[in-house]
Design a protein around this ligand. Structure first.
Ligand SMILES: Cc1cc2nc3c(=O)[nH]c(=O)nc-3n(C[C@H](O)[C@H](O)[C@H](O)COP(=O)(O)O)c2cc1C
Length: 161
């Protein structure tokens, strides 16, 4: 019953300015995997929850389901290259990317991120061609810097000086 085309969908959703994140988890061999995601949101303060929506066809999806843990890295305006790298199908997205395992989950925390959080997956809900992963925050880290934004098909930065 929907007249909304894929193009309509992209246009309307792309009008919502979003911060850019890299969500990381561990595959079955314990290797770091991850993807660029803007479908991230704060969810609850008590308990501390966030959510991320991940395409079911991506390689990170099944790793997230199995590992039940993830880290969210909020990117700075200087990290466009990282965003493009983690949005690609590169074999080893972490090659030459400085990172360290988080204390709580072992998921990769990217050096230079604006902020990061490690999460334990507490729920997974179906959401069309995506799954909605609800994570309970285990550790957080916040640094100085300015966010990388994505709006109407392109990377943007804050313009307020
Ligand atoms: C700016 C931007 C935002 C994106 N947001 C999401 C998202 O929220 N969820 C998602 O599943 N894919 C998103 N993608 C696409 C994934 O990053 C891309 O499909 C990636 O190759 C998936 O990696 P994987 O197959 O290793 O999991 C986004 C891509 C870009 C460039």
């Amino acid at each position: 019953m929907s007249d909304v085309t894929k193009d309509d969908f992209k246009k309307v959703m792309g009008s919502f300015a979003a911060g850019v994140t890299v969500v990381t988890t561990l595959d079955a061999e314990g290797r770091a995997v991850g993807l660029t995601a803007t479908a991230f949101s704060s969810l609850s303060m008590e308990p501390p929850l966030c959510l991320v929506c991940v395409h079911r066809n991506g390689t990170s999806h099944d790793a997230l389901v199995a590992s039940r843990r993830f880290a969210v890295n909020l990117l700075t305006a200087e990290q466009v290259e990282l965003s493009n790298r983690f949005a690609s199908r590169a074999d080893d997205k972490f090659a030459d990317v400085p990172h360290r395992p988080g204390d709580a989950t072992g998921c990769a925390l990217l050096d230079g991120a604006l902020a990061s959080m490690e999460c334990e997956v507490v729920d997974v809900f179906p959401g069309g061609d995506h799954s909605i992963f609800v994570g309970r925050l285990a550790t957080v880290s916040v640094a100085d810097g300015r966010p990388l934004l994505y709006w109407r098909g392109g990377y943007r930065q804050l313009a307020d000086g």
